[in-house]
Design a protein around this ligand. Sequence first.
Ligand code: NAD
Length: 352
Amino acid sequence: MSKVRIGVIGAGSISEAHLSAYVQNPHVELAAVCDQKGDRARAAADRFQAKRVYTDYRELLADKDIDAVSICTWNDTHGEISIAALEAGKHVLCEKPLCTSVEQALEVEAAVRRTGRLLQVGFVRRYGTNTKVLRRFIDAGDLGEIYYAKASYLRRLGNPGGWFADRERSGGGPLLDIGVHVIDLCWYLMGRPKVKSVTGNVYTKLGNRSNVGNLSFYQAADYDAALNTVEDMANALIRFENGASLMVDVSFTLHAKQDEVTVKLYGDRGGAEVEPELCIVTEKHDTILNVSPQIDERTFDFMGGFRSEIDYFVECCLGRAELIAPVEDGVELTKIVSAIYESAAKGREVVF
Ligand SMILES: NC(=O)c1ccc[n+]([C@@H]2O[C@H](COP(=O)([O-])OP(=O)(O)OC[C@H]3O[C@@H](n4cnc5c(N)ncnc54)[C@H](O)[C@@H]3O)[C@@H](O)[C@H]2O)c1
Protein backbone atom coordinates (compact mmCIF):
# COMPACT_ATOMS: atom_id res chain seq x y z
CA MET A 1 0.00 0.00 0.00
CA SER A 2 1.74 3.22 -1.08
CA LYS A 3 -1.12 5.55 -0.08
CA VAL A 4 -3.84 4.92 2.45
CA ARG A 5 -7.23 5.60 0.88
CA ILE A 6 -9.42 7.21 3.54
CA GLY A 7 -13.16 7.64 4.01
CA VAL A 8 -14.48 10.01 6.67
CA ILE A 9 -17.91 9.10 8.12
CA GLY A 10 -19.69 12.03 9.78
CA ALA A 11 -19.01 15.50 8.38
CA GLY A 12 -19.96 17.67 11.37
CA SER A 13 -17.86 19.86 13.64
CA ILE A 14 -14.92 17.56 14.48
CA SER A 15 -14.60 16.11 10.99
CA GLU A 16 -12.79 19.27 9.94
CA ALA A 17 -9.88 18.38 12.25
CA HIS A 18 -9.72 14.89 10.68
CA LEU A 19 -10.13 16.05 7.09
CA SER A 20 -7.56 18.83 7.31
CA ALA A 21 -5.04 16.43 8.92
CA TYR A 22 -5.62 13.78 6.23
CA VAL A 23 -5.17 16.20 3.35
CA GLN A 24 -1.87 17.39 4.82
CA ASN A 25 -0.51 13.84 5.04
CA PRO A 26 1.44 12.90 1.87
CA HIS A 27 0.66 9.18 2.35
CA VAL A 28 -3.12 9.70 2.20
CA GLU A 29 -5.62 9.84 -0.62
CA LEU A 30 -8.90 11.30 0.64
CA ALA A 31 -11.31 8.97 -1.15
CA ALA A 32 -14.74 9.80 0.27
CA VAL A 33 -16.83 11.69 2.78
CA CYS A 34 -20.15 10.43 4.16
CA ASP A 35 -22.85 12.16 6.17
CA GLN A 36 -26.53 11.35 6.48
CA LYS A 37 -27.02 15.00 5.53
CA GLY A 38 -26.02 15.00 1.88
CA ASP A 39 -25.39 18.73 1.58
CA ARG A 40 -23.00 18.59 4.55
CA ALA A 41 -21.10 15.65 3.05
CA ARG A 42 -20.92 17.40 -0.34
CA ALA A 43 -19.66 20.67 1.18
CA ALA A 44 -16.89 18.84 3.09
CA ALA A 45 -15.95 16.80 0.02
CA ASP A 46 -15.74 19.97 -2.11
CA ARG A 47 -13.68 21.83 0.47
CA PHE A 48 -11.18 19.00 1.03
CA GLN A 49 -11.36 17.60 -2.52
CA ALA A 50 -12.58 14.14 -1.63
CA LYS A 51 -13.38 12.06 -4.69
CA ARG A 52 -16.72 10.55 -3.68
CA VAL A 53 -19.71 11.44 -1.49
CA TYR A 54 -22.05 9.06 0.36
CA THR A 55 -25.08 9.53 2.58
CA ASP A 56 -25.21 5.89 3.75
CA TYR A 57 -22.11 4.65 5.56
CA ARG A 58 -22.80 1.08 4.34
CA GLU A 59 -22.25 2.23 0.76
CA LEU A 60 -18.97 3.87 1.72
CA LEU A 61 -17.89 0.64 3.44
CA ALA A 62 -18.74 -1.33 0.29
CA ASP A 63 -16.36 0.91 -1.68
CA LYS A 64 -13.39 -1.35 -2.52
CA ASP A 65 -11.14 1.66 -3.06
CA ILE A 66 -11.14 2.63 0.61
CA ASP A 67 -8.62 1.14 3.06
CA ALA A 68 -9.47 2.95 6.30
CA VAL A 69 -12.11 5.18 7.84
CA SER A 70 -12.48 7.87 10.48
CA ILE A 71 -15.75 7.63 12.39
CA CYS A 72 -16.92 11.11 13.43
CA THR A 73 -20.62 10.44 14.04
CA TRP A 74 -22.86 10.49 17.12
CA ASN A 75 -21.62 8.38 20.03
CA ASP A 76 -24.47 5.84 19.81
CA THR A 77 -23.40 4.90 16.26
CA HIS A 78 -19.69 4.32 16.97
CA GLY A 79 -20.06 0.63 17.88
CA GLU A 80 -22.28 -0.32 14.97
CA ILE A 81 -20.23 1.57 12.36
CA SER A 82 -16.89 0.33 13.78
CA ILE A 83 -18.00 -3.31 13.59
CA ALA A 84 -19.38 -2.88 10.06
CA ALA A 85 -16.15 -1.17 8.94
CA LEU A 86 -13.92 -3.88 10.43
CA GLU A 87 -16.08 -6.58 8.81
CA ALA A 88 -15.72 -4.74 5.49
CA GLY A 89 -11.92 -5.01 5.88
CA LYS A 90 -11.26 -1.37 6.73
CA HIS A 91 -8.92 -0.07 9.43
CA VAL A 92 -10.76 2.26 11.81
CA LEU A 93 -10.01 5.47 13.66
CA CYS A 94 -13.04 5.82 15.93
CA GLU A 95 -13.68 9.10 17.71
CA LYS A 96 -14.00 8.91 21.48
CA PRO A 97 -15.89 7.52 23.26
CA LEU A 98 -15.46 4.07 21.70
CA CYS A 99 -19.03 3.16 22.67
CA THR A 100 -21.82 4.13 25.04
CA SER A 101 -22.02 0.71 26.73
CA VAL A 102 -19.52 -1.88 27.91
CA GLU A 103 -21.41 -4.66 26.07
CA GLN A 104 -21.03 -2.87 22.76
CA ALA A 105 -17.38 -1.99 23.44
CA LEU A 106 -16.68 -5.69 23.99
CA GLU A 107 -18.41 -6.50 20.69
CA VAL A 108 -16.11 -4.04 18.92
CA GLU A 109 -13.10 -5.61 20.63
CA ALA A 110 -14.25 -9.06 19.44
CA ALA A 111 -14.64 -7.70 15.89
CA VAL A 112 -11.06 -6.38 15.97
CA ARG A 113 -9.79 -9.83 17.02
CA ARG A 114 -11.98 -11.60 14.45
CA THR A 115 -11.04 -9.44 11.47
CA GLY A 116 -7.41 -8.67 12.29
CA ARG A 117 -7.97 -5.07 11.21
CA LEU A 118 -6.68 -2.09 13.24
CA LEU A 119 -8.87 0.07 15.44
CA GLN A 120 -7.43 3.22 16.97
CA VAL A 121 -9.53 5.02 19.58
CA GLY A 122 -9.54 8.81 19.23
CA PHE A 123 -7.80 9.65 22.51
CA VAL A 124 -6.26 12.66 20.82
CA ARG A 125 -4.62 14.11 23.92
CA ARG A 126 -2.19 11.18 23.98
CA TYR A 127 -0.66 12.72 20.84
CA GLY A 128 -0.19 16.26 22.16
CA THR A 129 3.44 17.38 22.28
CA ASN A 130 3.14 18.10 26.02
CA THR A 131 1.99 14.50 26.62
CA LYS A 132 4.65 12.98 24.39
CA VAL A 133 7.43 14.98 26.07
CA LEU A 134 6.21 14.07 29.56
CA ARG A 135 5.88 10.42 28.57
CA ARG A 136 9.63 10.26 27.96
CA PHE A 137 10.34 11.63 31.45
CA ILE A 138 7.89 9.15 33.00
CA ASP A 139 9.30 6.20 31.02
CA ALA A 140 12.81 7.16 32.20
CA GLY A 141 11.57 6.99 35.81
CA ASP A 142 11.79 10.72 36.58
CA LEU A 143 8.45 10.70 38.42
CA GLY A 144 9.04 7.34 40.09
CA GLU A 145 5.85 5.52 41.02
CA ILE A 146 2.82 7.68 40.19
CA TYR A 147 0.37 7.12 43.04
CA TYR A 148 -2.02 10.03 42.63
CA ALA A 149 -3.52 11.98 39.73
CA LYS A 150 -6.06 14.75 39.59
CA ALA A 151 -7.89 16.10 36.58
CA SER A 152 -10.53 18.74 35.98
CA TYR A 153 -12.30 19.64 32.76
CA LEU A 154 -14.72 22.31 33.87
CA ARG A 155 -16.73 24.43 31.48
CA ARG A 156 -18.74 27.18 33.13
CA LEU A 157 -20.88 27.29 29.95
CA GLY A 158 -20.47 24.68 27.24
CA ASN A 159 -23.25 22.19 26.66
CA PRO A 160 -22.82 21.55 22.89
CA GLY A 161 -26.57 20.94 22.48
CA GLY A 162 -28.21 18.78 19.79
CA TRP A 163 -27.38 15.08 20.08
CA PHE A 164 -24.67 15.77 22.72
CA ALA A 165 -27.45 16.81 25.11
CA ASP A 166 -29.67 13.83 24.22
CA ARG A 167 -28.65 10.89 26.43
CA GLU A 168 -30.19 8.44 23.91
CA ARG A 169 -27.68 9.43 21.26
CA SER A 170 -24.72 10.63 23.34
CA GLY A 171 -24.79 8.05 26.15
CA GLY A 172 -24.02 10.77 28.70
CA GLY A 173 -23.00 14.36 29.31
CA PRO A 174 -19.67 15.95 30.22
CA LEU A 175 -18.37 12.77 31.86
CA LEU A 176 -18.57 10.82 28.60
CA ASP A 177 -17.81 13.73 26.31
CA ILE A 178 -14.88 15.60 27.88
CA GLY A 179 -14.28 13.48 31.00
CA VAL A 180 -12.96 10.58 28.91
CA HIS A 181 -10.15 12.79 27.59
CA VAL A 182 -8.69 13.66 30.99
CA ILE A 183 -9.44 10.33 32.68
CA ASP A 184 -7.73 8.61 29.77
CA LEU A 185 -4.75 10.95 29.85
CA CYS A 186 -4.12 10.30 33.55
CA TRP A 187 -4.68 6.56 33.20
CA TYR A 188 -2.35 6.36 30.18
CA LEU A 189 0.42 8.34 31.88
CA MET A 190 0.01 6.33 35.11
CA GLY A 191 0.87 3.22 33.08
CA ARG A 192 -2.71 1.95 32.53
CA PRO A 193 -3.16 0.38 35.99
CA LYS A 194 -6.04 -2.05 36.60
CA VAL A 195 -9.12 -0.39 38.10
CA LYS A 196 -10.23 -1.69 41.50
CA SER A 197 -13.24 0.49 42.32
CA VAL A 198 -15.05 3.68 41.38
CA THR A 199 -17.12 6.19 43.34
CA GLY A 200 -18.98 8.88 41.44
CA ASN A 201 -21.49 11.68 41.73
CA VAL A 202 -23.54 13.16 38.91
CA TYR A 203 -25.52 16.43 39.12
CA THR A 204 -28.32 17.88 37.02
CA LYS A 205 -28.81 21.21 38.79
CA LEU A 206 -28.37 23.95 36.21
CA GLY A 207 -29.68 22.60 32.89
CA ASN A 208 -27.93 23.87 29.77
CA ARG A 209 -28.30 27.61 30.63
CA SER A 210 -29.09 28.44 27.02
CA ASN A 211 -30.38 31.79 28.33
CA VAL A 212 -26.81 32.98 28.91
CA GLY A 213 -25.47 35.33 26.23
CA ASN A 214 -22.14 36.82 25.16
CA LEU A 215 -20.08 33.68 25.71
CA SER A 216 -19.24 31.32 22.85
CA PHE A 217 -18.69 27.57 23.17
CA TYR A 218 -18.30 24.35 21.14
CA GLN A 219 -21.56 23.37 19.47
CA ALA A 220 -22.84 20.33 17.56
CA ALA A 221 -23.32 20.91 13.83
CA ASP A 222 -27.10 20.77 14.45
CA TYR A 223 -27.10 22.91 17.58
CA ASP A 224 -30.42 22.87 19.39
CA ALA A 225 -30.89 23.80 23.02
CA ALA A 226 -34.48 22.53 23.25
CA LEU A 227 -33.59 19.07 24.53
CA ASN A 228 -31.27 18.36 27.44
CA THR A 229 -31.26 15.01 29.25
CA VAL A 230 -27.61 14.85 30.32
CA GLU A 231 -25.86 15.78 33.55
CA ASP A 232 -24.35 19.25 34.12
CA MET A 233 -21.40 17.97 36.10
CA ALA A 234 -19.83 14.82 37.52
CA ASN A 235 -16.99 13.91 39.83
CA ALA A 236 -15.31 10.64 40.72
CA LEU A 237 -12.63 8.89 42.70
CA ILE A 238 -11.06 5.94 40.88
CA ARG A 239 -8.95 3.47 42.85
CA PHE A 240 -6.46 1.14 41.17
CA GLU A 241 -5.23 -2.30 42.19
CA ASN A 242 -1.67 -0.99 42.62
CA GLY A 243 -2.90 1.44 45.31
CA ALA A 244 -2.88 4.53 43.06
CA SER A 245 -5.91 6.82 42.85
CA LEU A 246 -7.35 9.37 40.44
CA MET A 247 -9.75 12.21 41.25
CA VAL A 248 -11.66 13.87 38.46
CA ASP A 249 -14.38 16.49 37.99
CA VAL A 250 -16.01 17.67 34.77
CA SER A 251 -18.85 19.97 33.76
CA PHE A 252 -20.82 21.33 30.83
CA THR A 253 -21.93 24.09 33.13
CA LEU A 254 -21.09 25.16 36.66
CA HIS A 255 -21.06 28.41 38.61
CA ALA A 256 -17.29 28.52 38.22
CA LYS A 257 -15.31 31.72 37.81
CA GLN A 258 -13.70 30.44 34.62
CA ASP A 259 -13.21 27.36 32.46
CA GLU A 260 -10.51 25.02 33.74
CA VAL A 261 -8.54 22.16 32.25
CA THR A 262 -5.97 20.71 34.65
CA VAL A 263 -4.21 17.36 34.53
CA LYS A 264 -1.73 16.67 37.35
CA LEU A 265 0.28 13.59 38.28
CA TYR A 266 2.18 12.94 41.49
CA GLY A 267 4.88 10.31 41.90
CA ASP A 268 7.35 9.41 44.65
CA ARG A 269 10.28 10.95 42.74
CA GLY A 270 8.57 13.89 41.06
CA GLY A 271 5.33 15.41 39.85
CA ALA A 272 4.00 16.94 36.65
CA GLU A 273 1.27 19.09 35.23
CA VAL A 274 0.25 18.33 31.66
CA GLU A 275 -2.46 20.99 31.61
CA PRO A 276 -2.86 23.93 31.73
CA GLU A 277 0.80 23.79 30.64
CA LEU A 278 3.54 21.23 30.91
CA CYS A 279 5.62 21.56 34.05
CA ILE A 280 7.75 18.96 35.82
CA VAL A 281 8.28 19.22 39.57
CA THR A 282 11.36 17.72 41.15
CA GLU A 283 13.86 18.12 43.98
CA LYS A 284 17.59 18.64 43.71
CA HIS A 285 20.22 19.62 46.29
CA ASP A 286 17.49 20.05 48.97
CA THR A 287 15.57 22.44 46.73
CA ILE A 288 12.25 22.02 44.95
CA LEU A 289 12.42 22.82 41.23
CA ASN A 290 9.54 23.59 38.88
CA VAL A 291 10.95 22.71 35.47
CA SER A 292 9.42 24.41 32.43
CA PRO A 293 10.21 22.39 29.28
CA GLN A 294 11.02 24.72 26.40
CA ILE A 295 8.72 23.46 23.66
CA ASP A 296 6.53 25.31 21.15
CA GLU A 297 3.24 24.23 22.74
CA ARG A 298 3.21 23.61 26.47
CA THR A 299 -0.57 23.22 26.40
CA PHE A 300 -2.65 20.94 24.16
CA ASP A 301 -2.57 22.29 20.62
CA PHE A 302 -5.95 21.19 19.15
CA MET A 303 -5.19 21.07 15.43
CA GLY A 304 -1.57 19.96 15.99
CA GLY A 305 -2.81 17.17 18.26
CA PHE A 306 -5.22 15.92 15.60
CA ARG A 307 -2.51 16.03 12.96
CA SER A 308 -0.23 13.99 15.14
CA GLU A 309 -3.00 11.49 15.98
CA ILE A 310 -3.96 11.05 12.34
CA ASP A 311 -0.37 10.86 11.08
CA TYR A 312 0.16 8.10 13.64
CA PHE A 313 -2.95 6.23 12.48
CA VAL A 314 -1.72 6.41 8.88
CA GLU A 315 1.69 5.04 9.92
CA CYS A 316 -0.11 2.15 11.66
CA CYS A 317 -2.19 1.47 8.51
CA LEU A 318 1.05 1.36 6.52
CA GLY A 319 2.47 -1.16 8.99
CA ARG A 320 5.19 1.22 10.16
CA ALA A 321 3.97 1.78 13.75
CA GLU A 322 2.10 -0.03 16.51
CA LEU A 323 -1.16 1.40 17.89
CA ILE A 324 -0.80 3.30 21.17
CA ALA A 325 -4.57 3.70 21.67
CA PRO A 326 -5.92 0.21 20.86
CA VAL A 327 -9.48 -1.04 21.28
CA GLU A 328 -8.66 -2.55 24.70
CA ASP A 329 -8.05 0.96 26.06
CA GLY A 330 -11.39 2.12 24.67
CA VAL A 331 -13.06 -0.82 26.43
CA GLU A 332 -11.35 0.04 29.73
CA LEU A 333 -12.42 3.69 29.54
CA THR A 334 -15.98 2.62 28.73
CA LYS A 335 -15.90 0.42 31.85
CA ILE A 336 -14.63 3.28 34.03
CA VAL A 337 -17.18 5.82 32.78
CA SER A 338 -20.07 3.33 33.00
CA ALA A 339 -19.04 2.49 36.57
CA ILE A 340 -19.05 6.19 37.52
CA TYR A 341 -22.63 6.53 36.23
CA GLU A 342 -23.58 3.30 38.01
CA SER A 343 -22.01 4.44 41.29
CA ALA A 344 -23.83 7.78 41.09
CA ALA A 345 -27.16 6.04 40.40
CA LYS A 346 -26.71 3.57 43.25
CA GLY A 347 -25.18 6.06 45.67
CA ARG A 348 -22.28 3.74 46.54
CA GLU A 349 -18.91 2.54 45.38
CA VAL A 350 -18.74 0.10 42.45
CA VAL A 351 -16.10 -2.60 42.91
CA PHE A 352 -14.70 -4.22 39.75
N1 NAD B 1 -11.47 14.17 20.05
C1 NAD B 1 -12.08 15.31 20.33
O1 NAD B 1 -11.50 16.23 20.93
C2 NAD B 1 -13.50 15.49 19.91
C3 NAD B 1 -14.06 16.77 19.85
C4 NAD B 1 -15.37 16.90 19.43
C5 NAD B 1 -16.12 15.77 19.11
N2 NAD B 1 -15.57 14.54 19.20
C6 NAD B 1 -16.35 13.33 18.90
O2 NAD B 1 -16.62 13.30 17.50
C7 NAD B 1 -17.91 12.78 17.25
C8 NAD B 1 -18.71 13.79 16.40
O3 NAD B 1 -18.80 15.01 17.11
P1 NAD B 1 -19.14 16.38 16.37
O4 NAD B 1 -18.86 17.46 17.33
O5 NAD B 1 -18.47 16.42 15.04
O6 NAD B 1 -20.73 16.22 16.17
P2 NAD B 1 -21.63 16.92 15.05
O7 NAD B 1 -23.03 16.80 15.49
O8 NAD B 1 -21.09 18.29 14.76
O9 NAD B 1 -21.37 16.04 13.76
C9 NAD B 1 -21.77 14.68 13.70
C10 NAD B 1 -22.16 14.38 12.25
O10 NAD B 1 -22.39 12.99 12.12
C11 NAD B 1 -23.49 12.80 11.23
N3 NAD B 1 -24.03 11.48 11.50
C12 NAD B 1 -24.56 11.01 12.65
N4 NAD B 1 -24.92 9.74 12.52
C13 NAD B 1 -24.60 9.36 11.25
C14 NAD B 1 -24.70 8.14 10.51
N5 NAD B 1 -25.22 7.05 11.06
N6 NAD B 1 -24.27 8.13 9.23
C15 NAD B 1 -23.74 9.26 8.67
N7 NAD B 1 -23.62 10.42 9.32
C16 NAD B 1 -24.03 10.47 10.60
C17 NAD B 1 -24.43 13.95 11.57
O11 NAD B 1 -25.34 14.22 10.53
C18 NAD B 1 -23.44 15.10 11.80
O12 NAD B 1 -23.19 15.82 10.62
C19 NAD B 1 -18.52 12.49 18.61
O13 NAD B 1 -18.40 11.15 18.92
C20 NAD B 1 -17.71 13.32 19.57
O14 NAD B 1 -17.61 12.73 20.86
C21 NAD B 1 -14.28 14.38 19.57
